[in-house]
Design a protein around this ligand. Structure first.
Ligand code: HSE
Length: 298
């Protein structure tokens, strides 16, 4: 049996929700082809856009995730997997997470769904952790579950889906400079003050209430991240200008996607999403930095 899967790209952190919030971009993602085989072992074939990625299942993100799942099942079922990437690795759009999430989702389908989607998050997180050296579930969870997700707890892992009762559009600009998740995690402070905590969880609660209540104004007011954004944005040339121009062009909010360098803006309509796209483009043309722009619904 052979199946083809779409594994959506994701935006992690989404403003104030560092390592906790994540959302799936409906219109951007990888295509994964998978089948079971009679011989043991995981065969990884690099498809389009996978140049330079390891095909060894011990070091490939999808391979590690599949091995974690096979081990839990107590089987040595053989698998062939080919990934076609539309998301550039290192963009901050959860490229490795999509591979891990798609792989375990695909294997689960091929085996007759022994696990719920929620249970698959753990295996995908193990794959993601192997390449980013920091296991986090805020990209794999939305890639698997779709929509907007919250990692309420890591130990034990508890992922919840938030019903979004409003139309939202996302414009993402990927300036082609490399920022490694491991590096941009290392530069963060290990401790925060109570005052900073209070401000952050006030905004976190505000974002959730806005999404569930369909309140655009509240979403704009709550999408602030004074903890991480000011530090990480130092690695992204043009960030402040891009953010200001997006807000001027009608965005409700603008922040860093995952650990960067991609920047995302949220808008209430596709028309506003296109205006933001033009404003992003103008800035990165001026900076002479090659860039790619994506527009997607939630
Ligand atoms: N929450 C992770 C981080 C996501 O910000 O490092 C990485 O995409």
């Amino acid at each position: 049996e052979h199946i083809t899967i779409f594994a959506p790209a994701t935006i992690a952190n989404v403003g104030p929700g560092f390592d906790v919030f994540g959302l799936a971009l409906n219109d951007i993602g990888d295509t994964i082809e998978m089948s079971l085989k009679d011989e043991k072992g995981i065969t990884i074939i690099n498809g389009t856009g996978c140049e330079g990625l390891p095909t060894n299942p011990e070091t490939n993100v999808a391979g590690v995730a599949l091995k974690a799942m096979l081990q839990d099942l107590g089987t040595d079922q053989g698998i062939t997997i080919q990934i076609h990437k539309n998301i550039t690795p290192g963009s901050g759009l959860g490229s490795s997470a999509s591979s891990a999430a798609g792989a375990v989702f695909g294997l689960n389908c091929l085996l007759g769904s022994p696990y719920s989607k929620n249970e698959l998050v753990q295996f995908a997180m193990e794959g993601e952790g192997a390449v980013s050296f920091s296991p986090h579930a805020d990209n794999v969870a939305p890639s698997l579950l779709g929509g907007f997700t919250v990692v309420r707890s890591y130990d034990p892992l508890d992922v919840i889906s938030i019903p979004v009762n409003m139309q939202l559009w996302f414009t993402v600009v990927h300036p082609q400079i490399e920022v490694k998740t491991s590096d941009s995690k290392r530069m963060l402070k290990r401790e925060i003050s109570l005052k900073q905590g209070i401000r952050q969880w006030g905004n976190v609660a505000g974002v959730i209430a806005a999404l569930m209540g369909g309140d655009y104004d509240l979403l704009g007011r709550s999408m602030h991240d004074p903890l991480i954004e000011p530090i990480r944005s130092m690695l992204i040339p043009g960030f402040d200008e891009a953010k200001q121009s997006a807000l001027k062009a009608g965005a409700l909010a603008c922040s860093i996607s995952g650990s960067g360098p991609s920047i995302f803006a949220i808008t209430a309509s596709e028309r506003d999403a296109r205006s933001v796209s033009e404003s992003f483009s103008k800035i990165y043309k001026r900076y002479n930095i090659d860039h790619h722009i994506y527009i997607s619904g939630l």
